[in-house]
Design a protein around this ligand. Sequence first.
Ligand code: NAD
Length: 480
Amino acid sequence: MVKILNYIDGRLVPPASGNYLDNIEPATGEVYSHIPDSDSQDVELAVQAAQKAAPGWAGQSIETRSELLLKLADLIDNHLEELAKAESVDNGKPISLARTVDIPRASANFRFYAKAIINQSTKAHISEDKGINYTVSEPLGIAGCISPWNLPLYLFTWKIAPALASGNAVVAKPSEVTPMTAFLLSKLCMEAGFPAGVLNIVHGLGPNVGEAIVAHPAIPAISFTGGTATGKKIAGIAAPMFKKLSLELGGKNPNIIFEDCDFENALATTLRSSFANQGQICLCGSRIYVQQPIYAKFLEAFVAKVKAMHVGDPLDENTKTGAVVSEQHQEKILHYISLAQLEGGKVLTGGHALNPQGRCKNGYFVAPTIITNLNENCRTNQEEIFGPVVTVQPFNTEEEVIALANSTPYGLSATVWTQHLQRAHRVAGALKAGIVWVNCWLVRDLRTPFGGMKQSGIGREGGEEALRFFTEEKNVCIKL
Ligand code: NAD
C-alpha cells in the first residue's frame, strides 16, 4: 500500500510523529494509501527549509523561474494518465473529468504564471518637476497555501504557481481527504530539478498542519480555499498578526433562467452546472430559478434528464457521475435532503444513497437530487450542501429573482440565461456575486480576477491579482 510522504527541503520524508492516517477511496470505501499525520514539528521543518531557500529563489532571474515552472507543467502533461487516475481514485470523480479538466488545468496554472512573470512591467509616475516615482514588487518570502478536496490538484496549483512565480518559497498543505496528486506533484518537482526548500508540502489534518501554517510568524501571507467556517477560523488567527489573506470560501450559487432563454442550451448546461463533479464544485449552481411561463416545461425536461443520469464507477470511462468524496460528506448531503423534506420540500428525483454493484458496492454515492416547493429562507436554500442536490423554484419578475438570488450570505458565482441583451447586463450588474456567467457556465479566463463577495471570501485570485497578492509593492521617489 502506498505510503504518502511529506516533501520538505527537497526530499520525501516521513512525519516527525511517525503517525499516519488512512486514505480512503470513496468509490469503494476501502483504505488504499496512508497519509502522514503531520503536526507543527513538520511545519517548522518546512518553514526552516523555506527560509533557507527563499533568498536564492527570489534572486533567480525571472527566466530561470519561468523555465522551471514550464518544465513542471510539461511533466504534469507527460504524466496526465497517472495523475488523472490518482485524482479519480482519491476523490471519486469520473476519470474523464480528471483527465479533461482537473489535470490539464493544473499544468495550465503553472504555464500561465510562468508566462505572466515574463510579461510583467513596473509602473512609474512622474510628478512634473518634483520627482520620479517608480514601483517595485518584492516577493514576501514565504507563502502559506492551503487547499480543499474538490478540485485537488487544480486548486493546489492555482495557489502554488503564482506564489512560486513571484519569487516566494512555499509551505503548502493539500486536503487530507485527497492528498495523492499533491504527493505525485512533489515527485515531479524533484524530477524537474526544483531547488531544495522552494516548495514544501506538508500532509495532515487542518487543525494540526493548517493552523500551524496559519499561525507561524515567519509566514506573512496565507492563501486559503475551503469552507467559510474554516476561513473564519483562519482569519481569526491571521488577522491580528497582520498577515496578507486571500480567502476563497463557500457558495450557494443561483442559476436564473428567463423565459426568453435558448431552452435546450440552458437545460443541457444546467445539468452540468448542477451535477458536475457530483455538485462538488464551489461554482455549481444549487438554486435554480425558472421564470413562470417555462417553469413546468423546464422542470419536466430537467427531471427526465436527471433521472437518466448514470451514476457509476469513477474509473469507468463512460461514467459521468461518480462518488461523493467521503462517508462523512455523504452523511452530510443525506442529512440536508432529510432536512429539506422536513422543511416541506418535495423530492422529484433522487433523495437517497446509491450503491453501484461490483467494485463500488460499499462506496459513497448519492443519487442526483431535485427538490421543489421550498422558500428562499429555509436552510436548504441558505446553507451550502456541496453535493448533487439542487432546488428549483419559479419566479415572475426580474426584480423578484434578483432579490431571491441575493438572499443568501454567499456571493461566489451566478448564472443567467436570457437572449435579451439589456436584461443580461442589468441582471448581471445587480447580482452580488464575484463572477456572473451569461448563457454559459465555468468558462474561465485565467487573466480575470476570481473570488467571492460577502461570506464567499475576501481577496481576488487569478491573473495579476495573484502575483500582486504574493508580493509587496514599494515606491521609490527620486527628486528631480
Ligand atoms: P475545509 O475548509 O474543510 O478544508 C479546506 C482546507 O483547510 C483543507 O486542507 C483542510 O485540511 C484545511 N483546514 C481545515 N481546518 C483548518 C484550520 N483550522 N486551519 C487551517 N486549515 C484548516 O473545506 P473542504 O471541505 O476541503 O472544501 C470544501 C469547501 O471549499 C466548500 O465550502 C467549497 O465551497 C469551498 N471551495 C471554495 C472555492 C472557491 O474558490 N471559493 C473553491 C473550491 C472549494
